[in-house]
Design a protein around this ligand. Structure first.
Ligand code: NAP
Length: 286
């Protein structure tokens, strides 16, 4: 089976590496070519455009940044859909809009392709260790056919229903993460103001009811002054905007998530820290 992989950043490069380690032949493309160098050195083939990847592939994965990037790689000049062959499949792992997943799936169905939205959770560490949680929307038969690939890169794969439902599940995930990120940030500020040893507080909280993935993975980075991404703050702000827009369309007023979005707007738009990881939120309180 020939696999195409478009978008080899923090997440994509690690996922692609795991697919290659499992023996799949990969054709890769990324906007900045140098981010495919390591994959090519390990045997992947570079293609000049998303269309050139699609022409050679049975399944094309995409893991780009924003919905506008997804639009471009699927529908743009030299996009995937200009050269994909009938019967082939696309899997978008970017965290993106549910309505864009529906648009891709509808176009795919009309043209004899198969499409899944399959955003992930588990961070840079989950991508490297092949322990991602994968949230899938789209045709059941395609979901089942792609199981061997999902098993190589993740450990928890769930199908939620029609196209777009994978992205809705990811929005549920991001609403939860909004709480854990703001919680861990204010927990640390309080710990410091109260004169407590933050490492001791972390160890204590990790073994009690306050334990959570964000705290376990990001507080040690903050304590070392490490704000490298991980998960870019500008991407998390994108996710919170999508989630709140979807919630609004459903008549929901998610006040805590809206407050988290405002805090990340200060970090990203006001303080210009969008290229830090999400753990850098604490820097916008300074
Ligand atoms: P990233 O490092 O910025 O990777 C995205 C890659 O896509 C970049 O290498 C970028 O190229 C490439 N790209 C963007 N637009 C493109 C286009 N039009 N054509 C070709 N390549 C394009 O970000 P990431 O952390 O891997 O995240 C990717 C997606 O996964 C985001 O939607 C994010 O929200 C989501 N996500 C991230 C995490 C995490 O922990 N990092 C976890 C779950 C989900 P350039 O190198 O030129 O910028």
């Amino acid at each position: 089976m020939q696999i195409g992989f478009i978008g080899t950043g923090v997440m994509g490069a690690a996922i692609a590496k795991n697919l290659m380690a499992a023996g799949y032949a990969l054709t890769v493309y990324n906007r900045t070519k140098s981010k495919t160098d390591e994959l090519v050195a390990n045997g992947a083939t570079w293609a000049e455009t998303p269309a050139a990847v699609a022409a050679k592939s049975d399944v094309v994965f995409t893991m780009v940044g924003f919905p506008a990037d997804v639009e471009q790689v699927y529908f743009g000049d030299n996009g995937i859909f200009s050269k994909l062959q009938p019967g082939k499949a696309v899997i978008d792992m970017t965290t993106s809009q549910p309505k864009l997943a529906v648009k891709i799936a509808e176009y795919a169905t009309k043209n004899g392709f198969h499409a899944l939205d399959a955003p992930v959770s588990g961070g840079d560490i989950g991508a490297k260790n092949a322990t991602l949680t994968i949230m899938v929307g789209g045709e059941t038969a395609t979901y089942q056919a792609m199981q061997p690939l999902f098993k190589v890169i993740g450990h928890q794969v769930n199908h939620f229903g029609a196209a777009g439902t994978g992205q809705h599940a990811k929005m549920a995930n991001q609403i939860m993460i909004a709480g854990t990120m703001t919680g861990l940030t204010e927990m640390l500020l309080y710990t410091k103001a109260a004169g407590l040893d933050p490492q001791k507080v972390l160890t204590t909280l990790s073994s009690g009811g306050a334990d959570n993935w964000s705290m376990d993975n990001y507080v040690p980075r903050i304590l070392k002054g490490d704000y490298t991404p991980g998960f870019f703050a500008r991407h998390f702000l994108k996710d919170l905007r999508i989630a709140l827009s979807e919630a609004d369309a459903m008549g929901l007023d998610l006040v805590a998530t809206a407050q988290a979005k405002r805090l990340y707007e200060v970090m990203v738009d006001v303080k210009g820290l969008g290229d830090q990881g999400t753990q850098g939120l604490i820097n916008s309180y300074k």
